[in-house]
Design a protein around this ligand. Structure first.
Ligand code: AMP
Length: 281
């Protein structure tokens, strides 16, 4: 499996695959692969003739006090794992290949980016939408694969694809978890042993909310209050947000809701973790 660093070479490889009538699947990532990433690659492999994974730690989606510098990287391990998952090539550009001197164009998806992580990480989704549109233009995939772990990101990409008339099928994929329930994330490597244990409070609270629905407690305010207390009982946890929202629009639910997004962002020590589930009644 090849690792390609330039846009020009990537375009040549894609043009060749397309000239043979091959369908192209893209899995955009920041690397440091885990089973969550690999599940996207396997799905792309099943559904396409040619599979590209991109690895790019995109500086413009990180805030000034965030973890850009220390974000985990391991190209040798990633390429082995990607090859095992059936990826045909990895696109791994340098920062100045993607944002050369004079770069000045950004994609702003409005409204849906205002709440949740968008409110806590100004500029984050502008960076995400910009890099994903660039990747779409460079790789021209038929289908692109995104995890529901980053639920708001998925919605932002879907909005962008609709609004800008991109002919790309966006495939949402379920959250992959560790055996004990923790949602897989490259950032889990930051957690100490105690923090790793404390981090279970996120997935446990999602299960507790599902239990509440089961018992007929469906008012969003009641769910958020209970979950706030539940997470508050973990001394290492600091809540950023707990929201119950409409999963399509990310705005407040009507009282007769059928499906609701419960989304959490919680700091465990210095590590910011997110998780979510779709509640059904
Ligand atoms: P990242 O490398 O963290 O930017 O993630 C790349 C892609 O993998 C995104 O579409 C994520 O939503 C997806 N992803 C990350 N973690 C998981 C997970 N635990 N389960 C499923 N997909 C995931």
């Amino acid at each position: 499996m090849r690792i390609v660093h330039t846009i020009a070479e990537t375009r040549e490889i894609i043009a060749q695959a397309k000239s043979l009538g091959k369908s192209v699947g893209l899995v955009p990532t920041m690397g440091y692969f885990h089973e969550g990433h690999l599940s996207l690659m396997r799905k792309a492999r099943e559904e396409n003739d040619f599979v590209v994974a991109s690895i790019f730690v995109n500086p413009i989606q990180f805030g000034p006090s965030e973890d850009l510098e220390k974000y985990p990287r391991n190209m040798a391990r990633d390429s082995q794992l990607a090859e095992g998952a059936g990826v045909d090539f990895i696109f791994n550009p340098a920062v100045d290949e993607m944002y050369p001197k004079g770069y000045n164009t950004y994609v702003d998806v409005e409204k849906i980016t205002e709440g949740l992580c968008g409110a806590r990480r100004p500029g984050h989704f502008r960076g995400v939408a910009t890099v994903v549109l660039k990747l779409f233009n460079i790789i021209q995939p038929n289908s692109a694969y995104f995890g529901q772990k980053d639920f708001q990101q998925l919605k932002v990409i879907e909005r962008m694809v609709t609004d800008l008339n991109l002919q790309i099928r966006i495939v949402p994929m379920p959250i992959v978890r560790e055996a004990d329930g923790l949602a897989m994330s490259s950032r889990n490597t930051y957690l100490s042993a105690d923090e790793r244990q404390a981090a279970l409070i996120l997935s446990k609270s999602l299960r507790a909310a599902e239990e509440m629905i089961h018992e007929g407690h469906t008012a969003p305010e009641e769910i958020t209050t209970t979950i706030r207390e539940f997470i508050g009982s973990e001394p290492l946890a600091r809540i950023e947000y707990i929201k119950v929202l409409d999963p399509d629009t990310l705005v407040t639910l009507p009282t007769n809701w059928k499906n609701a997004l419960l989304a959490l962002a919680v700091k465990i020590g210095n590590t910011r973790l997110i998780d979510n589930t779709i509640l059904k009644r």
